[in-house]
Structures are given as C-alpha cells and as structure tokens.
Design a protein around this ligand. Structure first.
Ligand SMILES: [Zn+2]
Length: 199
C-alpha cells in the first residue's frame, strides 16, 4: 500500500508549474480540492493541504505519495493518482504543534454543534459557554469551554451542569494537533487514521 512514487519520468517530461496549470481531474471535479494529509519526513502529521498542492509537491520531488484517494488526474496524456497522504522527503522543523485557545478553534473542535442540544449552527449563531461558570471559578480553558447555541447558553446561565441539569454531550478536551488536523479537514478521512494514530 505504501511507498508509491511517481518516479522521475513524469517529472522530466512535465515541469510542475506547467502541469499545475494544465491539469484537470475526472469524476466530480472535486478531487483537486480534497484535503491531503501532509506528513513530515519522520511520518509526523504536520499539515493539511488541497490535493492540487499535494500533487505539485510530489511532482517537484519535495514529497512522495503515501496513500491515494482513488481518483485520477489527467495532464498531457498522463494519468496521475490523486494522493490522500503525502510525506515530505526532507525533515522540516515545526516550532510548536499546539493550537491557540480561541472561539474559532473551540467551534471547530465542537464542529459548530451546541454541546447541550446538539444543534449544528453557523458560527454567528453560536456562543462559548463556560461549563463551570466564570462567576463560580470556572477557568477560561479548553477543558471548561464548549460551544453552545444562544438559547442553551441563556438557559444554563450561571448554573453548574448539575444545577442546570445540562451536561455537554462530549467532555471538552484540548485537541491534539493530529486530531485537530483531521477535524479541520471537515470530513472523515479513513486513509489518514493510520498516520494520525487513531486507527
Ligand atoms: Zn443548544
């Protein structure tokens, strides 16, 4: 399954820049926008990029394909398999792999879903709720903040979960960087599980 390499022949015939501008995909046309997991040379997950970018990195010889997503891409009579996981050939130092605590990131973690009534809403209609209210000493932290719709937030008010009898559907957690990468891709990528250590 692993270690597919497009080899040097395609690279030598098709400069990456030319290929990037002239390539198209079959199927639903979304293949080039599919998220691709980017691994460091050490196999550590470090980023997510669009398939189009991933293919350019592979053709430039910067990365190699580890897994494919089953789609093909056609460019100048050459059919190329679209990757779902690529790995950089040279190790890159990544300074810190943690996510800032922010409203946006809490909403991403909770997938825009109110943790009390499980309604999924646009960001503008969601609030952050302190599970243990600030007025009761609850910290402003990953472990005490959840996404809540305005109605639930108002209903819960300054009560603890026990007092309000409202408990988050999922215990709030600080996302690991790798799980976070999967969450921000917006979809389940089974080919990624092995690399994210969640298989
Ligand atoms: Zn709600």
């Amino acid at each position: 399954m692993r270690l597919h390499n497009f080899g040097g022949s395609i690279r030598s015939h098709l400069p990456a820049g030319m290929l990037a501008s002239g390539m198209h995909s079959d199927g639903d046309g979304h293949a080039l926008h599919q998220p691709v997991l980017v691994l460091n040379a050490s196999y550590e997950p470090i980023n997510v990029c669009a398939a189009r970018r991933a293919i350019v990195l592979v053709l430039k010889g910067v990365a190699m394909t580890e897994e494919e997503n089953g789609h093909f891409l056609h460019a100048a009579r050459v059919a190329i398999r679209v990757p779902s996981v690529i790995r950089l050939l040279e190790y890159r130092r990544i300074p810190h792999q943690s996510r800032a605590l922010s409203r946006k990131n809490i909403l991403l973690r909770d997938r825009n879903t109110c943790q009390y009534c499980s309604t999924m809403l646009p960001s503008g209609e969601l609030t952050l709720d302190h599970v243990i209210p600030s007025s009761r000493g609850g910290p402003h932290s990953w472990l005490n903040l959840v996404t809540a719709c305005k109605r639930c937030n108002t209903k819960k008010g300054d009560y603890t979960p026990e007092e309000a009898e409202m408990f988050p559907m999922r215990r709030p957690y600080k996302p690991s960087y790798t799980l976070f990468l999967r969450d921000i891709s917006g979809m389940k990528q089974e080919e990624w599980d092995e690399f994210l250590g969640v298989a």
